[in-house]
Design a protein around this ligand. Structure first.
Ligand SMILES: *Cc1c(COP(=O)(O)O)cnc(C)c1O
Length: 397
């Protein structure tokens, strides 16, 4: 490798096809078609099709929850669930700032005010300590998204929600398949929300679902998603067209059929990265817990003081090579311009952490050879950081 041959300058990209941070799994085609046939042959191919109940039963089991309600996508799953269980005459929703980029919009759709809390510096997730600082007489609900790789302190946050009698929803899009003390993610809080977008752990093309142990909540969500009608065609009230399509359920079910295979592949990729990154100065891989079940889907690294390039420059160099790396949830929500009101509590950890993490390519289209190339490239650009920076300065003169 030579500096001039980096794609950022004048070379050809290392990868012809992009290597992204999206999962993009393609479940077995035969299995998928089998599900589709089952659905097609009944003639009911809308969102009340025959695969929906199969999907909901199997995904409830997967998460150790009593109920699963499928929806059109993860975002509307969150909106509908919050609407169903928030405290009605209060208007603040507590959420971290370092999270999914549309999270504050979700509150805004409901005319609620996002109240941003700081995150724990180890897990990158919200913790009872910082959530408690945001609780006041206006608090309507706690929205707890799991961070990428680690889990937030589920038990601590549940205790806090109980202490103040507040509804609690987990956004568990990043925590499929994980367990805490042998209890499955999907069975905590009042409800947990998931996405089936192709970039996520399970692929349903697009879609989502909510798990809960609360029958009343499950019933409300079912008429919310069905234009306000319950299963017997009785009009119950407010609703919208937000159900999962049967063919999306088909792909979701085919994904579920091979979940163990996916996790094994993810783990192999993770161990590969772990092995190769440990020798690279300045890069720390954020490790999954090996003591309990995890999906090993994401490859998250921290750039420490031995990393000689800015994160932005690092991203530009890598993306030029078709390594579509991404900054970790950037910018944090409290630093985004928004057209609606927000409240920001202290952000010491968030402000420190926001520029330090990077997601590396993962998922179906990344193999062990690719990981070798990515690691070698990272090592090269850090070793030659000074020359690279000089070269960039020359160009920009
Ligand atoms: C993708 C994502 C969502 C939204 O899911 P969609 O199905 O894309 O609407 C919500 N939360 C998190 C953490 C996500 O990553």
């Amino acid at each position: 490798m030579q500096i001039e041959s980096l794609a950022f300058f004048s070379g050809k990209p290392v990868f012809k096809k992009p290597r992204s941070t999206s999962n993009l799994i393609k479940p077995n085609k035969g299995k998928f078609i089998e599900y589709v046939k089952k659905s097609y042959n009944t003639g009911k191919i809308n969102s009340n099709g025959p695969l929906i109940s199969e999907f909901e039963r199997r995904f409830a089991d997967l998460h150790g929850a009593k109920f699963c309600v499928s929806v059109c996508n993860g975002l509307w799953g969150l909106v509908l669930t919050i609407k169903a269980i928030k405290i009605h005459d209060k208007n603040e929703i507590i959420m971290p700032s370092l999270t999914y980029r549309r999270m504050a919009d979700i509150a805004a759709w409901l005319k609620l005010i996002p109240h941003f809390c700081d995150v724990d510096s180890k897990s990158l997730g919200i913790s009872p300590k910082y959530v408690e600082k945001c609780i006041n007489e206006n608090t309507s609900l706690i929205l707890a998204p799991h961070p990428i790789v680690n889990l937030c302190d589920v038990e601590g946050i549940e205790k806090l929600a109980n202490k103040y009698n507040l509804p609690l929803i987990f956004d568990s899009v990043e925590s499929y398949y994980a367990e805490i003390n042998n209890k499955k993610i999907g069975s905590f809080g009042d409800a947990e929300c998931f996405s089936l977008h192709a970039s996520k752990f399970f692929n349903g093309f697009e879609g989502g679902y909510v798990t809960t142990n609360n029958q009343e909540l499950a019933n409300v969500l079912k008429y919310y998603r069905n234009n306000g009608f319950d299963n017997n065609g009785q009009f119950k009230g407010w609703g919208m067209n937000a159900g999962l399509m049967d063919y999306h359920a088909a792909l979701g079910l085919a994904s579920l059929d091979e979940v163990e295979l996916q996790v094994n592949k993810n783990k192999e990729r993770f161990l590969n990265y772990q092995d190769l990154l440990k020798n690279i100065l300045g890069i720390e891989l954020v490790e999954y817990s090996f003591k309990e079940k995890r999906s090993y889907k994401n490859i998250l690294v921290k750039l420490n003081s031995d990393w000689k390039l800015s994160r932005e420059m690092t991203i530009n160099l890598l993306q030029a090579e078709n390594m579509i790396v991404r900054p970790y949830y950037y910018p944090p929500l409290h630093q985004k311009n928004s057209s609606y009101k927000t409240i920001t509590s202290e952000m010491n950890n968030t402000n420190y952490l926001k520029d330090r993490f990077l997601l590396l390519p993962c998922g179906e289209f990344v193999d062990s050879e690719d990981i070798k190339i990515i690691a070698a490239y990272l090592s090269f650009i850090n070793t030659n950081a000074e020359e690279i920076k000089n070269r960039i300065n020359e160009i920009s003169k």
